[in-house]
Design a binder for this molecule. Structure first.
Ligand SMILES: [Zn+2]
Length: 188
């Protein structure tokens, strides 16, 4: 995960960086660090599935993916649901400095998409693994899917790059389902 210095907010946007509470600062720091707990679990699961030999935060790949297999041209991003603003979790913004946070998360999302697209257009398979897809009961199937993609990426010749959101229905599908539920509730 790229660094998340608070200076970024000051340099890029018109909204000044807010004075954050200790709790928020804690969340920011937790989300800024590399080698997060989900990342460690993913790496362990890859080793257990017989897929060692990955690189961590490899500088030569756009976005410095959390885990990547350069020879297979496969990159894995393990995204924290809060910091990367997971489409499934849709976590609420902090209650103060809403505009700052809205812009901050929008930039994070835009950067994620940009990095993934740069890799994909260079022929990489990009796996996006959301933290919530690693929850109890989901972890095994999610990692099986990851392992399958890693193995596939190592077979045969060059393939077209693509971005895969692992372990989930597509967000647009979920958005549709949510809208349907809302309509049903209203009609009652
Ligand atoms: Zn999530």
């Amino acid at each position: 995960m790229p660094s998340e210095g608070t200076a970024e907010g000051q340099a890029e946007g018109p909204v000044p960086a807010p004075v954050v509470s200790l709790a928020t600062r804690h969340v920011m720091q937790a989300n800024r660090s590399v080698d997060t707990k989900p990342e460690l679990r993913v790496r362990q699961a890859l080793r257990e599935r017989g897929l060692p030999g990955y690189r961590l935060h490899w500088k030569k790949a756009p976005g410095r993916p959390d885990v990547c297999y350069p020879g297979r041209r496969l990159a894995i991003f393990v995204n924290g649901c809060y910091w990367h603003h997971c489409a499934w979790c849709q976590m609420a913004l902090p209650k103060s400095n809403v505009e700052f946070w809205r812009q901050k998360f929008a930039r994070n999302r835009a950067r994620d998409v940009r990095d993934a697209n740069r890799l994909a257009s260079a022929g990489w398979t990009v796996l996006v693994v959301w933290e919530c897809r690693l929850a109890k009961g989901r972890f095994g199937p999610t990692m099986d899917e990851v392992a399958l993609e890693v193995r596939r990426a190592g077979e045969g010749g060059p393939r077209a790059g693509r971005v895969v959101e692992v372990g989930s229905p597509a967000p647009w599908r979920l958005a549709r389902a949510r809208a349907r539920i809302r309509r049903l509730r209203r009609s009652r």
